[in-house]
Design a protein around this ligand. Structure first.
Ligand SMILES: NC(=O)C1=CN([C@@H]2O[C@H](COP(=O)(O)OP(=O)(O)OC[C@H]3O[C@@H](n4cnc5c(N)ncnc54)[C@H](O)[C@@H]3O)[C@@H](O)[C@H]2O)C=CC1
Ligand SMILES: CCC(=O)/C=C/C=C\C[C@@H](O)/C=C/C=C/C=C\[C@@H](O)CCCC(=O)O
Length: 257
């Protein structure tokens, strides 16, 4: 699928990986709705992006992915502004083992909300034109991360949900591909103040930092390369693409049948 003239929604689009995905989409000729809770930074970034890529290419919409209504309203506004939705990147996520309910509501439920509302506009069975939904999980969605069990649970959930949606779409004829990206550590603000975010597991921060030293840290552009691959290769559906500084590979899962 070519990205030129496509319409994308990116959640958590104002910083880090989401910003990099947004900029990559714009560089490839797509229009992008940037959804984020950070309104000031979002409006400033969107003004800059429209100066760089042409007026009307980027649209900021304040949205907390914990709110079903805000997701519905901002996706609808995207359709009204740009004329449809072809690509959704459910990227917004947090790590906080103390306020773990918020992490579940953001990381897992936010992805489910964004997927289901995106489908309302994209599903070929209900008048949509199909497309691709790419969810942002983590290596912690593949292997258990001892310092953050709830974060691990949310990301395992995102991987399983996305793979199941890919299978459901193939069986149903939605015309939508569903894929998930599982990065190891990525150089963003997300990695700041980790011990405070680990709560009752803060005693495991040193081990986690040792893991960072062992695995290394990805740049956001290494993650956007994975996004581009999953977005444009129409053979990819139900895939989990794992990316480390040493390289990337499609996860293989045991068959239970
Ligand atoms: N940085 C890393 O080491 C890794 C990050 N990830 C995942 O990638 C995604 C993005 O992470 P980063 O860019 O590193 O984080 P970041 O903290 O740099 O950016 C996250 C963005 O999401 C927004 N956001 C947070 N909660 C939100 C909510 N409820 N509704 C809407 N927007 C919200 C923030 O305002 C921010 O703009 C997350 O899902 C994270 O779990 C996955 C693997 C590694
Ligand atoms: C200091 C870093 C930290 O404590 C938390 C980082 C949180 C966010 C980044 C996260 O999405 C990346 C996780 C990467 C995990 C890598 C490997 C896991 O599968 C843990 C494997 C542990 C093990 O098998 O020993």
């Amino acid at each position: 699928m070519a990205l030129n003239n496509k319409i994308a929604v990116v959640t958590g689009a104002v910083m880090g990986i989401g910003r990099a995905v947004t900029e990559t989409l714009l560089q490839h000729g797509a229009k992008v709705a940037l959804l984020d809770v950070n309104e000031i930074a979002g409006k400033n970034l969107t003004e800059t992006l429209n100066q760089q890529h042409g007026t009307g290419k980027a649209l900021f919409l304040k949205c907390d992915v914990q709110s079903e209504q805000e997701i519905k309203d901002t996706f609808q506004k995207t359709v009204e502004t740009f004329g449809g939705i072809d690509i959704v990147c459910n990227n917004a996520g947090i790590l906080n083992e103390e306020t773990w309910e918020k992490a579940v509501s953001t990381n897992l439920m936010g992805v489910i909300r964004g997927t289901y509302v995106g489908m309302e506009h994209m599903n070929k069975l209900t008048g949509g034109r199909g497309g691709v939904i790419i969810n942002m999980a983590s290596m912690a969605g593949i292997g258990p991360f001892p310092s953050c069990p709830v974060y691990t649970a949310t990301k395992h959930g995102v991987v399983g949900f996305t793979r199941a949606m890919g299978a459901a779409s193939e069986a149903s004829g939605y015309g939508i591909r569903f894929n998930v990206i599982c990065p190891s550590f990525v150089q963003t603000d997300f990695l700041a103040n980790i011990p405070e975010k680990l709560g009752r597991f803060s005693h495991l921060a040193d081990a986690a930092h040792k893991l960072v030293d062992t695995l290394g840290i990805l740049s956001v552009s290494e993650v956007t390369e994975c996004f581009l691959e999953l977005a444009t290769d129409e053979s990819k559906n139900g895939e989990a693409l794992v990316v480390f500084p040493k390289g990337k590979t499609y996860a293989k899962f045991p068959s239970v049948l």
